[in-house]
Every structure is written in C-alpha cells, then in structure tokens.
Design a protein. Sequence first.
Length: 79
Amino acid sequence: MSRTCDLCGKHTSFGNTVSKSYNHVRRSWKPNLLKIKTEIGGTTVTLRICTQCLKSGFVTKKINVHPANKPVAAENEAK
C-alpha cells in the first residue's frame, strides 16, 4: 500500500534532521492519510486521502445513520 493521497498526490518526503551540533540524520515525513468512504458516480468507493483534502471539502464522507443512533435534537425538530 503506497502512502500517497488519491486526490492531491501528497506522498512521503525525505530530508535531514539537523542537531545543534550540526549532525545530519536521515528521516522521513509521512502525510496524515485517512481511509474515507465516499460516493462517486452512484457507487461507494474507499479512498486514501490526506486530512488537508478532507478539510478543504474536496470529498464528502458517506455516513450511514441508523435510527437507533440518531441524535435526540433531530427527533424533536421532526415533531
């Protein structure tokens, strides 16, 4: 499984950690990826997207709400 965002293509980047004594140690920065279920073209698809794409609103999450899990406020508004 690759560590890349399906929308923007953000992936693992590499560089150096530099200490006060100027020692260089190789390290990597990984993107914050989430598995999100969304509906595209009428079908449910699971995507690996970064949190920035989710926050920007490029994708809307598909949420199944069961009747037992409905909030109380929603029931009061329906009456």
